[in-house]
Design a protein around this ligand. Structure first.
Ligand SMILES: Nc1nc2c(ncn2[C@@H]2O[C@H](COP(=O)(O)OP(=O)(O)OP(=O)(O)O)[C@@H](O)[C@H]2O)c(=O)[nH]1
Length: 353
């Protein structure tokens, strides 16, 4: 597991500790079953060991629920280590209580840094092999019948099998949700939650290919906030950030579901309008400009701000690249700025750049 995956898993700790809690429930249920089984098999010591185990799992369950994760972990580890030893010493290695020790391998690898995990796993290996070697030399203290021993072994094997399967599914779910989250972060602007420039470029290029293949129009709007520096200077940078965040929502409201919008630069937004000619795009831009110009910022930001937009509009021409359409929209935006701001300018395809 890479350190990034481990960090992501650690960030998802609540989920991890919920799984630990669920494991306590399963283990306590298994131990209650064992209490009855060992009483019936005439092995009272192991029966009472299971009562102590149930108490420890109940305590660990409670501790995880109260976020006392170190205590919960210590209780679970102690129970498994002692139970494996007692099971092997009392009724023999073939009882299979040592299988539960194997659950430590993924758990240690996931929760510890590599250096500590290697030490802990080496100690676990020594303990496991030591227990096995002891079983070869010392006969069981309280043997049960061969059939009963096979039954206990199959039962333990099945429980460990089920727990490993559960851990496996948990791991796959965690890693795939972490990777979805990384993809989302890599394609989203963290402030406005719109597409970031890189991702919007990819989406826009795909739209251009589609528009060319089906011979459909496509237009872009390049939007720049007027005198944004003044907003920062007068109200402070954090307020400026809030304006950007809120503006992103207002812009989104003016668009259709399949229109693309992203943060192109500091206070610049790019909108791609598929299946839209330049006249319709100009109307969309004008509607947006009017909406922002008349927006009452006091309602949301508790400040009497005046925010206006300058917008440049252009349309995809034959065999044009994304860069070329954006350059034309940028030129149109420049004209909007230099002719007084708070206005929309469109430049047709024949305009030379
Ligand atoms: N609060 C905030 N400000 C930003 C962010 N990104 C860019 N800016 C600011 O946006 C301002 C852009 O200033 P200018 O390029 O001079 O443009 P302007 O003041 O909007 O003037 P015109 O575009 O000519 O109307 C700068 O002050 C940047 O610091 C951001 O993420 N948050």
């Amino acid at each position: 597991m890479s350190s990034m995956e481990r960090t992501t898993l650690n960030r998802q700790r609540p989920q991890f500790w919920r799984v630990a809690r669920r494991c306590c429930q399963i283990a306590a249920t298994v131990d209650i079953a064992f209490f009855g089984i060992f009483l019936a098999l005439g092995s009272p010591i192991l029966a009472w060991v299971n009562v102590v185990s149930v108490a420890m799992y109940a305590w660990a369950f409670y501790a995880f629920g109260r976020r006392q994760n170190a205590l919960g972990t210590w209780l679970v580890w102690t129970e498994v280590v002692v139970h494996a030893a007692l099971g092997s010493i009392l009724i023999g290695w073939d009882s299979g209580f040592h299988y539960y020790l194997l659950m430590f391998i993924p758990a240690l690898a996931v929760t510890m840094s590599a250096r500590y995990a290697i030490v802990a796993l080496s100690l676990l290996w020594l303990y496991y092999v030591g227990l096995y070697a002891a079983g070869l030399y010392f006969p069981p203290v309280q043997p049960i019948s061969a059939e009963a021993l096979i039954g206990v072994n199959i039962f333990n094997l099945s429980i460990v099998f089920a727990m490993f399967s559960y851990l496996g599914f948990f791991y796959v779910r965690t890693v795939s949700s972490a990777s979805r989250e990384l993809n989302r972060l890599a394609s989203t602007d963290s402030l406005t939650l719109l597409h970031n420039r890189r991702h919007l470029t990819e989406l826009a290029e795909a739209e251009i290919t589609r528009a060319e293949r089906y011979n459909k129009p496509l237009s872009v709007l390049l939007i720049d906030i007027d005198h944004f520096k003044l907003i920062n200077d007068i109200f402070g940078h954090p307020k400026g950030d809030q304006v950007l965040q809120h503006l992103a929502k207002l812009i989104r409201l003016e668009l259709r579901q399949h229109d693309l919008v992203g943060r192109w630069g500091g206070e610049e937004f790019l909108i791609v309008l598929p299946e839209t000619d330049i006249l319709t795009a100009e109307q969309v831009a004008e509607r947006m400009r009017v909406a922002i110009n008349g927006y009452n910022w006091r309602d949301n930001l508790k400040k009497d701000l005046s925010v206006t937009l300058s917008i440049g509009v252009s349309e995809l021409g034959p065999n044009e690249t994304l860069n070329r359409i954006i350059s034309r929209a940028d030129k149109a935006l420049y004209i909007s700025k230099s002719s007084g701001r708070n206005r929309v300018t469109k430049l047709n395809t024949e305009t030379s750049l």
